[in-house]
Design a protein around this ligand. Structure first.
Ligand SMILES: Nc1nc2c(ncn2[C@@H]2O[C@H](COP(=O)(O)OP(=O)(O)O)[C@@H](O)[C@H]2O)c(=O)[nH]1
Ligand SMILES: [Mg+2]
Length: 361
């Protein structure tokens, strides 16, 4: 199938399902699950003090200049801004620190948004991303925002609905120990940032009992439209965002990931976030093939048909992942191993495969 023939990932998926060599009954099942997935909407609330880099982060993650990046101290965003991209909606709200009157209004807006329900009666906001300005020494208003405004209004599943990210890691020590050439922090800055992460974590834990694991990153910045500093740990940030998004909704990000490969390149070496992200989006899949199919269905006939859908998936994220060809081979291996696992009744491999296909079913 030629590339660029389809508008988006879901069109590719629909085409692949229609073309897959599988029994009609299975096709109908796939189609109805596909329609269910297609209807899932993700809502992210992004907040933090004016100037922390919310707009820059939105633009870096999702490409195109959706949000206006502020110049100077004048807040660009007065109320909650909404950026709607089909099944992904971003809400961009100033945090605290713009003066008493505005703070009260912002806090009210944020709480109202957090308590809003969707048509199914679930919270509208899947995840709150709180951005801290890593170059700022005084994070008092950010703690107030997190501990008093956001966390008390997150419902029961608090730990999974908040993510705290420290931006402008390059400026955390006023620019010292930032290796601009290699776009990464030197050891003293890494140490400083790790301590910052730990202190933010414990301040939140002490005040609320909630355990968050902050991460640090750079959204990067531009001057006169010229990229001065590339993002750092942006793939890590996206990985954490996806990990905090309900399984069945993760696929909503695929069509909106920034297509500029450059922005994803530089990350810490803790793991390969870019390839792991694939697993995170598709890794929950499962039980379906074995549990939902009647035992009489010849497995061999179904598996290749479903495996045939995977190229569409990989195409959707091909600019994001490091090496599409090897990722494709990994997927093939995974499917192959899993089929072998089914035959051998090797439980762990089976679980992996089963996880892998659940979202389709
Ligand atoms: N050095 C540096 N500057 C950044 C970074 N992210 C954002 N900025 C700058 O911080 C300023 C405020 O950013 P903006 O995205 O408008 O913040 P917002 O008010 O939270 O939306 C702008 O001048 C950005 O260029 C970063 O990672 N490093
Ligand atoms: Mg902004």
């Amino acid at each position: 199938m030629e590339e660029n023939k389809f508008q988006n990932f879901f069109e590719v998926m629909q085409h692949d399902i229609m073309a897959a060599d599988i029994p009609e009954e299975e096709r109908q099942k796939l189609l109805s699950n596909y329609l269910m997935l297609k209807d899932k909407k993700v809502n992210l609330l992004i907040t933090g003090a004016t100037g922390c880099g919310k707009s820059s982060t939105i633009n870096a993650l999702f490409g195109c200049e959706k949000a206006t990046v502020g110049v100077g101290v004048e807040p660009q965003t007065m109320g909650i801004e909404k950026y709607e991209m089909e099944n992904l909606t971003l809400w961009d709200s100033p945090g605290l620190g713009d003066g008493k009157e505005k703070d009260t209004r912002h806090a009210k807006n944020i709480i109202a948004k957090l308590l809003e329900r969707d048509e199914d009666g679930n919270f509208l906001i899947d995840l709150v991303l709180v951005i801290l300005d890593g170059s700022s020494r005084d994070l008092g208003t950010s703690y107030e925002l997190i501990n008093q405004v956001i966390i008390p209004n997150l419902g029961d599943d608090k730990e999974n609905r908040i993510l705290v990210a420290i931006n402008q890691a390059d400026m955390a020590m006023k620019g010292r120990y930032w290796n601009a050439e290699e776009n990464r922090p030197e050891a003293p800055l890494v140490k400083f940032l790790d301590e910052k992460v730990e202190s933010v974590r414990s301040r939140i834990k002490e005040a609320t009992g909630v355990d968050v694991t902050p991460i640090y990153y750079c959204a990067g910045y531009k001057e006169e439209g010229m990229l001065q500093c590339k993002p750092y740990n942006l793939a890590k940030l996206l990985y954490f965002i996806v990990e905090h998004t309900p399984n069945e909704k993760r696929i909503a990000y695929i069509d909106h990931i920034n297509q500029d490969t450059e922005v994803w390149r530089d990350n810490d070496d803790v793991r390969n976030y870019r390839n792991d992200l694939l697993g995170s989006i598709f890794g929950f899949v499962g039980n379906s093939i074995l549990k939902k199919l009647p035992l009489t269905t010849p497995l061999a006939g179904v598996v290749p048909g479903v495996a045939g859908l995977l190229p569409g998936v990989v195409r959707g994220v091909s600019n994001f992942i490091d090496d599409p060809d090897s990722a494709m081979m990994d997927l093939d291996d995974l499917v192959y191993d899993s089929v072998m696992g089914v035959l051998d009744k090797a439980e762990d491999v089976m679980d992996k495969f089963v996880d892998f296909l659940d979202w389709l079913w």
